[in-house]
Design a protein around this ligand. Structure first.
Ligand code: FNR
Length: 195
């Protein structure tokens, strides 16, 4: 992956004035020259239903699965709802995690970040996402750095601009670290090695 890294950006919030979507747009705008972030909007993803799945993937789900498959890495920006992952994001993960043999998330490099109005900055939601991706999905979530944007109202203005300079720098560093992480974990397996 020596070309520009293609990163798919996903926000777990659907609301227009979302702090998390603001972080994602900032990440896209602050991405280093070696990376390009394309944002996928989850608004059109329906609730997972096994009957619907059996009769053919809904078009937005197929589009998401293909976007994940062709991306070098994912940048997931998550709110925290009731100390966990918002249903919108979990639902999207559930859809494209199947069938497990062809799961486009498997072995995908992923970085997490998130913003909340409170003091913990989505630390619990991100912790749950790490568990989902490690134990069920077998995706490669970046270990460090982590990025928890707390007290979001003091760092993101009413127009959805990230105004806090330290947060902007940390977002840029996060994307840069994801590019390096993606290169690290995407190396071809050693021939003959068990995996
Ligand atoms: C929240 N919020 C919240 N915040 C937090 O830090 N920990 C939490 O457990 C929760 N729980 C929670 C549940 C539900 C149902 C809602 C709607 C909200 C507040 C949340 O951080 C805040 O609404 C953010 O602004 C949501 O992110 P977006 O939409 O701005 O990206």
């Amino acid at each position: 992956m020596q070309d520009r890294a293609r990163i798919l950006g996903i926000s777990g919030s659907l609301r227009q004035a979302s702090y998390n979507s603001a972080l994602l747009r900032a990440a896209r705008d602050l991405a280093p020259a070696g990376a390009q972030i394309e944002i996928f909007d989850l608004s059109d993803i329906p609730f997972y239903n096994g009957d619907v799945e059996s009769s053919g993937l809904p078009e937005p789900v197929a589009r998401l699965a293909e976007a994940v498959r062709t991306a070098n890495a994912l940048l997931i920006v998550t709110p925290e709802y009731n100390h966990s992952v918002p249903a919108v994001l979990k639902n999207a993960i559930d859809w494209i995690s199947r069938p497990s043999a062809g799961n486009p998330l498997r072995h995908k490099p992923i970085a997490l970040l998130g913003a909340s109005g409170g003091q913990y900055g989505t630390v619990r939601a991100q912790s749950h996402l790490r568990q989902i991706f490690a134990s069920a999905i077998e995706a490669y979530v970046m270990i460090k750095p982590d990025l928890f944007v707390n007290n979001a109202a003091s760092k993101i203005d009413a127009d959805g601009n990230v105004t806090d300079e330290e947060t902007r720098q940390r977002i840029a560093a996060h994307v840069e670290a994801l590019v390096a992480w993606s290169r690290l974990v995407s190396r071809e397996p050693v021939a003959g090695a068990a995996h």
